[in-house]
Design a protein around this ligand. Structure first.
Ligand code: M6R
Length: 604
């Protein structure tokens, strides 16, 4: 998704902007650009494709004195990924970068065209800079013109604007898309749409709230809130841990992230699992008072984790649970009752659709909880309570360790609720706690297992489709396996409940239909086996993943014997992640940055 950086200071502005954009690369983009204003002169560069193209274009350009600069990676929404559509967008004397979508851009554009303005791009963003320049003609100063412009925008945005009219400032506004400003002892100011570009440069950061706008100059940070009242910046310390974001010798972040799941899950469990109970210091039991239902809401992989949770919440905590896809929930005028705990699940905490549903829940006065990986993200700041997943920075666009930690948190939460609601005996809880502690072992990648998957993967590079099938919680895992494969291999894959295949999809069965069958020992084994046999009888090519040898399968990936189906879930999760990874590697794809995808989807 789009990324924003900005800088005011004496250093080489170009290098700082490019370095910042590099940190945002993993979010997915199709073009990039920068604009630097120094000594009243603008220099601007744009390029389609990877950042290396922009680096090439800017190789002879340097700034060695005070300058203000803005940069952007664009993920196309309005208009194709061309150089003209890349940001920054230019007016007569100003440049702008923008994340989000301006919903009323068409009417603003029409009025500007009627005034004689010529547009260079097809983007919604370009209207902002022209509208600003139009307002500047009648305004006392650039800030008044900027303020007026922002008030005229509808939609979601994070915006940085630089103008010759006041050439030592960066004007900013935030509404619905994340943005922060960072400072350091050298009196430099950095902007970005997420923490990572600021790590190593800034000691403290201020996260802008929705409705914030203002400007930053060498000496000042002036912030106004949505009611036009000036407010003080609220600085918090920025963590300095960049190490975790490196590849540690793996070819791709995704592989590294699959391998580190064992350590990561140990972190997720740390201090939360005792001999007798689950402790969430971040939760107040009052959050659950008067609650009769849990509603889980998320997108993509986080949605699959939520679906998994719905099984174990009902099974262990005996609490009615429903699951919603955020983009659907937003517009279907849902009935929300106050005895429902609304739980948003998001790795990034910035996904626009999920964030919006959280706002809806708050407006309906529901109690809210967020399961999130990014502290200080928009969702964390909005919710009544948060459980952090502690997965560390996830760089691969295809989510792996985030999913693993989400399911871990949900398993813990189901036991925490079971204790509160007395729905499991103490003995059962103690047994579950023992199992929980075994997750890190169950997700350890054995060399022999990885080698087996690597070898098998060459047989699955074609075909007319994949069906990942499973029952109970292995159905959401099947959905997740299919999503992983689609995302990074570009092969068509579906996740399906095993027992549902006979109600239609079995018509597709032939040797070129690949069935990836999730067959745990401890959950509905016989039922699942019969469903797989039905497909085998119709000549579908079957790859079974199970601890028990299965002679009807064409290929077989043998997992370890586990004590419980939850531990089988985690081990099989690793197998499907590795299978997608190896297929994608063999196809020569960019595993970490698959085409058309963005890490953090901040538009609806
Ligand atoms: O940051 P979030 O968890 O809210 O993101 C939700 C989805 O966009 C995300 O899970 C997406 O489906 C991933 N690419 C899955 O690998």
């Amino acid at each position: 998704m789009c990324g924003i950086v900005g800088y005011i200071g004496q250093k080489n502005t170009k290098e700082i902007l490019l370095e910042g954009l590099k940190e945002l690369e993993y979010r997915g983009y199709d073009s990039a650009g920068i604009a630097v204003l120094s000594d009243g002169v603008f220099s601007s560069f744009k390029a389609t494709g990877k950042l290396i193209n922009l680096e090439e274009k800017t190789k002879d350009f340097t700034t060695d004195k005070f300058a203000v600069g803005i940069g952007h990676t664009r993920w196309a929404t309005h208009g194709k990924p061309t150089e003209l559509n890349a940001h920054p967008h230019v007016g007569e004397n100003s440049y702008i970068v923008h994340n989000g979508i301006i919903e009323n851009y068409a009417e603003l554009k029409k009025a500007l065209i009627d005034d004689g303005v010529t547009f260079l791009s097809q983007t919604d963003t370009e209207v902002i800079v022209h509208q600003f320049e139009k307002n500047l003609k009648d305004a006392d100063d650039a800030f008044s013109a900027f303020k007026k412009t922002i008030a005229e925008l509808e939609g979601a945005y994070a915006v940085l604007l630089v103008t010759k009219a006041e050439n030592n400032k960066i004007f900013f506004a935030k509404h619905g898309s994340p943005m922060l400003v960072g400072i350091n002892a050298q009196d430099e100011k950095y902007f970005a749409s997420s923490d990572t570009p600021l790590i190593g440069h800034c000691t403290d950061v201020n996260y802008f709230e929705d409705g914030d706008y203002g400007y930053v100059s060498h000496g000042d940070i002036l912030i106004f809130n949505k009611n036009n009242q000036q407010k003080q910046p609220h600085f918090v310390k920025l963590s300095a841990n960049k190490l975790s974001a490196q590849k540690d010798g793996y070819c791709f972040f995704m592989e590294k992230e699959i391998y580190e799941q064992s350590n990561i899950i140990a972190d997720t469990l740390l201090g939360r699992v005792t001999e007798k109970e689950i402790i969430f210091e971040e939760l107040d039991t009052k959050l659950f008072e008067g609650i009769n239902e849990i509603k889980l809401c998320a997108c993509g992989t986080s949605y699959h984790a939520a679906l998994t949770a719905s099984y174990i919440f009902e099974r262990y905590s005996k609490i009615k649970t429903s699951v919603e896809i955020a983009s659907e929930f937003r517009y279907r005028e849902p009935i929300m009752t106050k005895d429902t705990l609304f739980v948003a699940i998001s790795q990034s905490g910035e996904t626009a659709d999920t964030l919006e549903t959280l706002k809806m829940a708050k407006e309906a006065s529901l109690k809210t909880l967020v399961i999130c990986n990014v502290d200080n993200s928009s969702m964390v700041r909005l919710a009544d309570a948060t459980i952090l997943m502690r997965a560390g920075v996830e760089k691969g666009v295809a989510s792996t360790k985030a999913f693993a930690t989400q399911v871990t948190v949900f398993w813990m939460l189901s036991l925490y609720l079971a204790k509160l609601k007395n729905s499991l005996t103490q003995e059962e809880i103690v047994h579950q706690l023992e199992l929980l502690r075994a997750i890190p072992t169950s997700v350890k990648v054995e060399n022999s297992m990885h080698e087996r998957i690597k070898r098998l993967s060459k047989r699955y590079l074609h075909g007319h489709g994949f069906f990942f099938i499973g029952r109970d919680i292995f159905f959401p895992l099947a959905l997740e396996g299919a999503l992983k494969l689609k995302e990074i291999s570009y092969l068509h894959a579906e996740g399906y409940p095993s027992g549902e295949m006979k109600h239609g999809p079995i018509a597709l069965a032939d040797p070129e239909l690949f069935t990836i069958a999730l067959l745990p020992e401890h959950l509905l084994y016989e039922k699942s086996k019969s469903n797989i046999e039905e497909l085998s009888a119709r000549d579908s090519t079957i790859c079974a993943i199970s601890p028990i040898a299965f002679e009807k399968a064409d290929d077989f990936i043998q997992t370890k014997k586990q004590k419980d189906y939850m531990l089988e879930f985690f081990e099989i999760m690793v197998v499907v992640q590795l299978l997608s990874f190896e297929i994608s590697m063999r196809l020569g794809n960019d595993v970490d940055m698959p085409r058309n995808l963005a890490k953090s989807v901040t538009v609806e």
